[in-house]
Design a binder for this molecule. Structure first.
Ligand SMILES: [Zn+2]
Length: 427
């Protein structure tokens, strides 16, 4: 696969500060060597790829995914799903208990394959497999490396399987984080399931074991139960509880943030953690929505619902609760900052950064600029699959075909593994 090439004849934008009606991107050794207007393009060696007037944006970030949820499609829960705690007890927890080496790997592979088709080149995954803890993140890492995109991986720590499993979960996060220091494609976070599945002693143990720079990744105020649990323990809400245990800073990932107190909002405003809203999951679980009047700086994730991040932004906009200010700013500028915090020297369309690009299968017909870009994406492009997804200069997906692996052969294995997992779920 050529790592030196020029993509020409594209509408190119980083979504916040650069916009070229007709531009080119020169890729050398997998990195962005130059970007400019068509008339500035020099004769260079290597292949030319004609984008045919399509829209080219930076590779997208999905800041909250559960790749193993790919194998949950079609499962009938074991009992009522009237509230979040029952959805967990009757679907997600029994499912994660039957994941094994084979199904962790193939579900991750399936989720990564799905994501790259939607232009995603970086995924923050939140994993759980409580009967196969140690080594689980390495299996997911293997899937990322085979397809060739970036991942920040973590295991959801909780008390629900007892002290022994808790210790294994903590160790899995710590070991993976330390091992990933020199990795190009993967890094680690400290995954926590949620406040209501972690005791005060557990939060204390996590704080003591965690390197200061290692960010937490936690479901926070997703359902009313999470909020009530924290208040019953004497805290002023789920964000306040995390803050009281010294776990909160500007690199923390707080997922959902639906059921919060005024004190929680105040702390978010002061400490500026990364807040991730997941509109499709919130609708599916009927838990409510983020209050965008109280939290203005947030980004959007898919929470295992799909790999389609622009689709998730579209859902967020369509079911908004309050004004959505500068949606393109969240999708591009803020996402770029967050990619950089996990993978320094990556993100955006800067010269010298790895060429992580999404060439959308969309040729704008109506006038397009930075001001209306978001609406071109959700209404014109329509949150479809890309024409081409490029990661680290490698063309991973082009014209409906995955380029880095034999997808057809893998799909056979993926299907076999998914069947085995669903069989075990009902046993
Ligand atoms: Zn989640």
């Amino acid at each position: 696969m050529p790592l030196n090439y020029t993509i020409k004849n594209g509408v190119i934008t980083d979504g916040h500060s650069m916009f070229l009606d007709n531009g080119f991107i020169r890729v050398e050794d997998g990195k962005i060597a130059s970007i400019g207007k068509a008339e500035e393009m020099k004769d260079t060696e290597g292949e030319f790829i004609d984008a045919g007037g399509r829209l080219i944006i930076p590779g997208l970030l999905n800041p909250h995914h559960h790749l193993y949820s790919r194998f949950a499609v079609g499962i009938v829960p074991l009992g009522p799903t009237d509230k979040l705690s029952n959805i967990l007890k009757n679907l997600w927890w029994p499912l994660d208990r039957v994941l094994d080496e084979e199904t962790i790997y193939y579900s991750a592979l399936s989720g990564v394959l799905d994501s790259v088709k939607y232009g995603v080149t970086t995924i923050f995954d939140h994993h759980a497999s409580n009967n196969y803890v140690r080594g689980s993140l390495d299996l997911i890492k293997k899937a990322f490396e085979e397809i060739g995109i970036k991942g920040s991986l973590s295991f959801e720590i909780s008390d629900r399987e007892g002290e022994d499993v808790f210790q294994k979960q903590l160790e899995e996060n710590l070991i993976f984080y330390q091992e990933s220091v020199d990795s190009i494609l993967t890094t680690g976070m400290m995954g926590l399931h949620a406040n209501f599945t972690l005791s005060n002693d557990s939060l204390k143990a996590i704080k003591e074991a965690k390197p200061e720079r290692m960010p937490i990744h936690i479901h926070c105020g997703e359902g009313r139960e999470d909020y009530d649990f924290c208040v019953d323990q004497g805290f002023r809400g789920p964000v306040h509880r995390l803050d009281q245990f010294g776990l909160l800073n500007s690199s923390s990932l707080l997922i959902h943030c639906v059921h919060l107190s005024d004190e929680d909002y105040r702390i978010i405003n002061e400490k500026q953690p990364v807040v991730v809203s997941n509109p499709e999951s919130n609708a599916n679980n009927n838990v409510g929505m983020i209050n965008t009047e109280k939290i203005k700086d947030y980004i959007v994730g898919t929470d295992g619902m799909s790999g389609n991040i622009i689709g998730s932004y579209r859902s967020h906009f369509l079911r908004r609760n309050g004004a959505v200010e500068n949606p393109a700013d969240k999708l591009f500028r803020r996402s770029e900052e967050i990619i950089k915090s996990a993978f320094p020297e990556c993100g955006g369309l800067q010269k010298g950064h790895p060429a992580d690009l999404a060439v959308l299968d969309y040729i704008p017909e109506t006038p397009i600029s930075l001001d209306n870009l978001f609406f071109h994406l959700i209404l014109g492009f329509g949150a479809q699959k890309t024409y081409m997804t490029i990661s680290e200069g490698n063309i991973v997906y082009k014209d409906g075909k995955i380029q880095t692996v034999d997808e057809e052969a893998l799909k056979k294995e993926i299907k076999k593994a998914a069947r085995k997992l669903q069989g075990r779920f009902y046993e």
